[in-house]
Structure formats: structure tokens, C-alpha cells
Write a protein that binds this ligand. Structure first.
Ligand code: FAD
Length: 337
């Protein structure tokens, strides 16, 4: 790929850019593309070792059905296409360290936790939910062996396994459904009486041979080097059962923390950055798009974030050069566009 982007780690030496995009999730990648399209020099920063935000970190193998232009698209395939699209303008990418501070007024200085700093004329915050860490399975406390995961990086992991999925939301049901055609057996364990997943997924669940244990909890993991069995206690009788298990998927949701950005003096709305209709934060030339932003009527979806990124970049481009219109013209008018 003809690009300055490397995913191996921090590679950025340039210290002066027009815009730093904070966060390399789907919205940050699209913002980087769009800023390049507007002729801006772009750096993208992210603490994770890879681009893709929640999509790559949490559900790279899942099919996304509500991104415009695709009946469905595998999460990682969408990220690969976004990265490819952004890369045509040669943005710089610094992975492995969070943006820690933002100083200055006319000329902004954005500094990473590593101390690396950029002088920049604008910032697009696309930091999503901040850092995302899986909620731990209480029964796994002290377990250090393999076979316990919180998300499944490749569907191959299910092949010929006895899979136990713990949880009652969309993720748990989706993982169980994805495992069903590949696994030796699938057991879905949820401590409540009903699942909280989409109706269509639950209908599909009932058409499979996935074993559903409701009002049930995994209370113990057996196996030293790797999970071999789990003990499941079912209410109300408290019946204890050992279930064969080679792969235990704890899909209990995630804890999130916005981190340093919350201390930058921006107007916040709960854990999100408050923005106006231009996607501008309370600070000049600092915009926010995607999950991190908040305004009346906000909907946290990738497709919405793409639109917000375009709004943010077009207004920032106009801030930086008032002779440049907010409306960029149609991309179809660009040679080769
Ligand atoms: C299991 C699951 C399924 C989903 N399914 C769908 C779906 O079907 N359709 C849909 O539209 N949406 C779906 N979503 C939601 C979707 O993933 C999010 O709306 C989307 O990822 C938001 O993109 P983003 O770029 O704003 O944020 P994120 O994807 O969260 O990316 C933000 C990036 O910012 C980085 N970051 C955080 N703090 C800093 C910092 N201080 N400095 C630098 N970088 C920072 C993070 O490391 C991360 O890489 C799903 C979410 C989950 C968890």
C-alpha cells in the first residue's frame, strides 16, 4: 500500500500538522480521509497497537449490517477499507500512546503520554468511549490458564470446541450463534430469566441446538493450563452441573473510561464532549465526532459518526482558511475521485 501509515507502532516524526485526529476508530479514520480530501496535513494518534477502535478490538469478525453501501460487512473488512481510503493522502499515524494534554489557543500543542508532541492548527476528537475494558467474569478470579476470552478475534477459535458463552446481551447471543455452525457444542449461560438481545437474534437462537441455561451462573473453572470444564449453578434449586468447555467466552459487557480528554477543560455532557451543530467543542478549532461527541438527538452509530466527521472537518477547514468554503464541493468533481 502506498501510504505513510504503519501499524507497527509510533512512526511519526513530523511535529507540525494542520489537524491531529485523536482516535483511530472508524470515525477517526474517516475524519483523516476527509481532512486529507480538504488538503489538510493530518496526524492520527491512538493508544491501541492497531487501528479500528471498538470494531477491531471487540468485534472484527462480526458482520455489520447498517453501514451505507453494504448489505453487510465484516468489521475488520470495513476498517481495512477505511484505512486504505485514508492512506491515499499519506497521513501520519502514531499508535501505542494516548493523547494526554492539549495546550495553546492559536497554535495548539497536543502531547502524547510518551511526551511526543504535535503543533497543530486544529484537533478532531474521535476518541470513542475512551479506553474499553471487558467486565471480568467473577468465577475467573485467579484463573491464569488459556481458553478464557472476552471477545473472539477469529471465528476459527470455535472450530470443534465445546464452547460456553456467558452473558445475556447482543454480544453473548451473537457469539453463540457464530459458534454454532463451527463448534462441537455451544452452551449459553445467563443469570437472568431472559436475554436482552435483538428479537431476530433470539428467534435465530431458538432455531439452533444451542443449549440455553437461564437463571444460571458459571461458578467455577476447571483446568490448570487451559479451561476444560466449567461448573454452572442453576437457580432456583441451586443445581450444580459440570459442562465440558474448551473455549469460555465471557461476554459481560465493558467498562469504559474517557481518560485524559475529560481533563482538557472542554464542556462535557456526562462522559462525552458537548458539541454544537458544527461538531465544535467549547474550544475553538477543537471538534468532536463519533461516539465521543454529544448533542441533542445523538445516535451512536458508525454511519452517524461518518457524517459528523465530514461536518467537523469541513468547518475546521473553513476555520483554518476562511476563504475556503464550508461546503467542499462534490468529490465527484475531483480528478480521479
Ligand atoms: C459489540 C459491538 C457491536 C457493535 N455493532 C455496531 C453495528 O452493528 N453498527 C454500528 O453502527 N455500530 C455498532 N457498534 C458501535 C460502533 O462500534 C461505534 O459506534 C463505533 O466504533 C464508534 O466509532 P468511533 O471511531 O467514534 O470510536 P471507537 O471505535 O471507540 O474508536 C475510538 C478510538 O479512540 C481511541 N482513544 C481513546 N482515548 C484516546 C486518547 N486519549 N488519545 C488517542 N486515542 C484515544 C481508542 O483507543 C479507539 O481506538 C457496536 C459496538 C460494539 C461494542
Amino acid at each position: 500500500m502506498d501510504t505513510a501509515i504503519e501499524q507497527e507502532g509510533p512512526v511519526l516524526d513530523a511535529t507540525e500538522v494542520d489537524v491531529v485526529v485523536v482516535g483511530a476508530g472508524p470515525v477517526g479514520l474517516y475524519a483523516a480521509y476527509y481532512a486529507g480530501f480538504r488538503g489538510l496535513r493530518v496526524a492520527i494518534v491512538d493508544p491501541l497497537p492497531q487501528v479500528g477502535g471498538q470494531v477491531t478490538a471487540l468485534y472484527p469478525e462480526k458482520l455489520i449490517h447498517d453501514v451505507a453501501g453494504f448489505r453487510s460487512v465484516r468489521g475488520q473488512d470495513l476498517i481495512d477499507k477505511l484505512l486504505d481510503q485514508a492512506s491515499q493522502w499519506g497521513p501520519s499515524l502514531a499508535l501505542g500512546s494516548p493523547a494526554e494534554s492539549l495546550a495553546g489557543v492559536e497554535e495548539l500543542v497536543l502531547t502524547l503520554a510518551t511526551g511526543k508532541a504535535w503543533r497543530t492548527r486544529g484537533v478532531i476528537l474521535a476518541a470513542g468511549l475512551g479506553s474499553v475494558s471487558p467486565k471480568p467474569l467473577p468465577a475467573a478470579r485467579g484463573f491464569t490458564g488459556s481458553g478464557l476470552v472476552h471477545f473472539v478475534p477469529s471465528l476459527d477459535a470455535f472450530t470443534d470446541q465445546d464452547v460456553v458463552v456467558v452473558g445475556g446481551g447482543d454480544s453473548a447471543v451473537d457469539w453463540a450463534l457464530a459458534a454454532a455452525p463451527r463448534a462441537n457444542s455451544v452452551t449459553l449461560v445467563h443469570r437472568r430469566r431472559g436475554f436482552r438481545a435483538h428479537r431476530a437474534s433470539l428467534d435465530e437462537l431458538d432455531r439452533t441446538n444451542i443449549r440455553q441455561l437461564l437463571e444460571a451462573e458459571v461458578v467455577d473453572i476447571h483446568g490448570a493450563a487451559a479451561v476444560q470444564e466449567v461448573s454452572v449453578r442453576t437457580a432456583p434449586a441451586g443445581k450444580l452441573e459440570r459442562v465440558s468447555c474448551g473455549l469460555l467466552v465471557a461476554a459481560l459487557g465493558f467498562n469504559t473510561a474517557l481518560g485524559p480528554i475529560a481533563t482538557w477543560g472542554l464542556d462535557m455532557s456526562g462522559r462525552h464532549v458537548a458539541v454544537d451543530a458544527n461538531m465544535q467543542s467549547s474550544r475553538p478549532r477543537v471538534y468532536a465526532a463519533g461516539d465521543v461527541s454529544e448533542y441533542a438527538g445523538k445516535v451512536r452509530l458508525i454511519s452517524v459518526g461518518f457524517g459528523e466527521a465530514a461536518i467537523a472537518v469541513n468547518h475546521l477547514a473553513h476555520d483554518l482558511d476562511p476563504t475556503a468554503g464550508i461546503f467542499p464541493g462534490h468529490s465527484t468533481n475531483n480528478e480521479g475521485g
